[in-house]
Design a binder for this molecule. Sequence first.
Ligand SMILES: Nc1ncnc2c1ncn2[C@@H]1O[C@H](COP(=O)(O)OP(=O)(O)O)[C@@H](O)[C@H]1O
Ligand SMILES: [Mg+2]
Length: 157
Amino acid sequence: MVSRALPNKTATTKLAADLAPLLAGGDLLLLEGPLGAGKTFFTRALARALGLVTDARVTSPTFTLVQEYDTEPPLVHADLYRLSDDERGVFELGLIGQRDDGALLVVEWGLPFARVLGGDALVMKLVRQPRGASFSATGPRSARLLEALARIPADSE
Ligand SMILES: Nc1ncnc2c1ncn2[C@@H]1O[C@H](COP(=O)(O)OP(=O)(O)O)[C@@H](O)[C@H]1O
Ligand SMILES: [Mg+2]
């Protein structure tokens, strides 16, 4: 288990910047944690760390379900909150196909659908009081990501 304290938004942005160069197309990142924990904020920071210009409009996908960002690798951001137990509905979004095509898949509320999303997920669990994140891995690729992240000191520049 890798953990980070996220006392302010700068710390969350720093975590996204640390993770960005480790991630590759085809990776799956699942974001867990209650509403307001910072899942969407983190995804925006990650998109920017992957080359999306700061001024680009990056909206919450809560009402659009899936948004694709012009980053390298392309980032596909989904929020499955409203599909809470609709496995078929999630499958029909076609996310696993985009992952196979080389997208980095970042999914809020995706843990129940890890299998439908292709498995081997880096799971980031955000908590609010105090703010922080802890990571776990569900397969060999995500385990390597976890190891690489563990090697980066939380306060490195
Ligand atoms: N350390 C922090 N990390 C992330 N967000 C933070 C932090 N401190 C305050 N916030 C605020 O908390 C809110 C998180 O909202 P959001 O990212 O939409 O949460 P979620 O997607 O988990 O529901 C944002 O308004 C953000 O500005
Ligand atoms: Mg959100």
